[in-house]
Design a binder for this molecule. Sequence first.
Ligand code: NAD
Length: 290
Amino acid sequence: MTEPRWNGARYDEGTGNVNGAMEIGFCDNPLSMRLTKLSRSIEGKVAIVTGAASGMGRATAALFADEGAKVAALDINAEPLEAVVHEIADAGYPVKGWTLNVADLDAINQVIPEVAAHFGGIDIVVNNAGIGAGGPVDGDEYEATWRRAFDVLLTAHVRIVRAALPYLRQSSGGRIVNIASTEGLGATKRSSPYTAAKHGVIGLTRSLAVEFGTENITVNCVCPGPVHTGLTESIPEADKREFARRRVALRRYADPEEVAHATLSLVLPAAQYITGVALPVDGGLTIRNA
Ligand SMILES: NC(=O)c1ccc[n+]([C@@H]2O[C@H](COP(=O)([O-])OP(=O)(O)OC[C@H]3O[C@@H](n4cnc5c(N)ncnc54)[C@H](O)[C@@H]3O)[C@@H](O)[C@H]2O)c1
């Protein structure tokens, strides 16, 4: 460790003050003094990530593990979930997977307490699991698509929050992030079940942010634009490029990890005054007029 270059300065252990002059220079500080109070670390926090087997959920689980969190990885899809859990565990991080259909209330009410018991609490919930749910409003499948969209994309979020709430209340700073979409801020033709559910996610986020305002729990959502994930896998690359060229300021799709970093920013202890926001992580999709 580099020694600081003191110049007649004295550290007062009682007050924590440094008296006297100190040379300005780059050096490690053996006194571990910081000028500010709030932490940008999630080390030791227990984080639930739904839809962790693929795409943004997988990237979020990996990033949170890299940042020192204990990760509960939840997904309906057992095999890829197991692969993600192995990947994180092989890197030496604390992680456990639970196979869970987020549309199943009984399963939620069983798994969330199991997570809390396994890791000794819950500090962070990322409601990320999702599906595509589009089609013309007069289509034959519409009723079923609508129901499924709301079950998976919206009702599941609030059910998981309700199940996790007793543990979030015991956390030193509970954090909820719901993954909405730019479809929560605007609309695409023939996508009304998905769009309505994502608008609902933003409404739910705002409502819970207000409700938990005095409970040291923040609630925010991230609104990704187009991202390379399982959900967009079937779109031909040429179509993706053309869409990005016409609509996205950064002229490209995002990598899942880029969205995961936005989610991380919202769950930091230092993010304690951010609540109720719908943060577009969209490469400038929603602000681009032409
Ligand atoms: N990819 C995009 O361009 C994009 C843009 C905006 C928002 N989103 C949202 O991001 C979130 C993550 O999606 P993604 O793009 O990473 O897709 P993805 O398909 O790669 O991952 C979604 C994961 O959710 C899981 N899942 C689906 N239904 C589930 C259920 N009932 N219970 C538990 N797990 C379930 C899937 O098995 C999968 O692992 C979704 O909420 C999606 O709506 C995606």
